[in-house]
Design a protein around this ligand. Structure first.
Ligand SMILES: O=C(O)c1ccccc1N[C@@H]1O[C@H](COP(=O)(O)O)[C@@H](O)[C@H]1O
Length: 227
């Protein structure tokens, strides 16, 4: 399996096209009013439809959203996955999964080894985890802060835990992140922007290229083809 790569916080067709043509497997849409990446449901729906045509998974990102808000967003956008990026407890994740019939990726904030224990009550409930860095004190955003955590911590994660690595990734550090963490899935937002909420298509392309080049699976394939 080659890397899953999610480009998050998309609001424009230009950025979406850069993500899709660079081989993004997932594209994320932020539904959080305080975020500079907040998008309206109709715009996200049009972008999601185009993503689906290219076999990329549209992911709706919410923060402690209630059922009414989720129902409206899901009906309009028709995502393939939900990313719950707030303080949703395991019961709420199970409830959302059951009510909306979509796979759920639960975001967990990581700073040190003890934070990885947060996985335990969600195992068997969340379909996937998203490990993001803890937001800095005073930030209004639970994600999208461009901050990394120590990728070596992920050595301790069981191999059967399906997760995306996020937090402060960018075209310059993603190769190192792949090598150090061993992650099989990546998620990026602010690291492919020219300003908060403004995606940069050159940085999206560079990120995808650098991540794919660092993927040990790709290197194996290239090696087999050469030999
Ligand atoms: O990006 C946002 O504004 C955001 C707002 C609310 C919840 C989650 C958000 N983003 C998620 O955080 C990760 C990490 O972001 P970054 O790469 O460090 O900028 C991002 O990939 C989104 O999934």
């Amino acid at each position: 399996m080659t890397l899953d790569i999610k480009i998050c916080g998309l609001k424009t067709e230009e950025a979406l096209d850069a993500a899709l043509s660079g081989g993004a497997t997932h594209v994320g849409f932020i539904f959080f009013e305080k975020s500079p990446r907040n998008v309206d449901a109709d715009t996200a729906a049009a972008l999601a439809a185009k993503a689906r045509q290219k076999l990329a998974v549209p992911v709706v990102v919410t923060v402690d959203a209630d059922d009414a808000a989720l129902a409206e967003i899901i009906a309009t956008v028709q995502p393939g996955m939900l990313q719950l990026h707030g303080d949703e407890p395991p019961e709420r994740v199970a409830d959302v999964r059951a009510k909306f019939g979509l796979p759920v990726m639960k975001a967990l904030a990581i700073r040190d080894a003890a934070d990885l224990e947060k996985i335990v009550p969600y195992r068997g409930i969340a379909d996937r985890f998203l490990f993001d860095a803890k937001a800095p004190a005073g930030s209004e955003l639970p994600g999208g802060n461009g901050i990394s955590f120590d990728w070596r911590l992920l050595d301790a994660v069981d191999r059967d835990v399906d997760y995306m690595l996020s937090g402060g990734l960018d075209p310059e550090n993603v190769a190192e992140a792949v090598v150090i963490s061993g992650a099989r899935a990546l998620d990026v937002s602010s690291g492919v922007e020219s300003a908060p909420g403004v995606k940069d298509k050159g940085r999206i392309t560079a990120f995808l290229r650098a991540a794919r080049a660092a993927d040990p699976q790709n290197r194996e394939i290239e090696h087999e083809q050469a030999g």
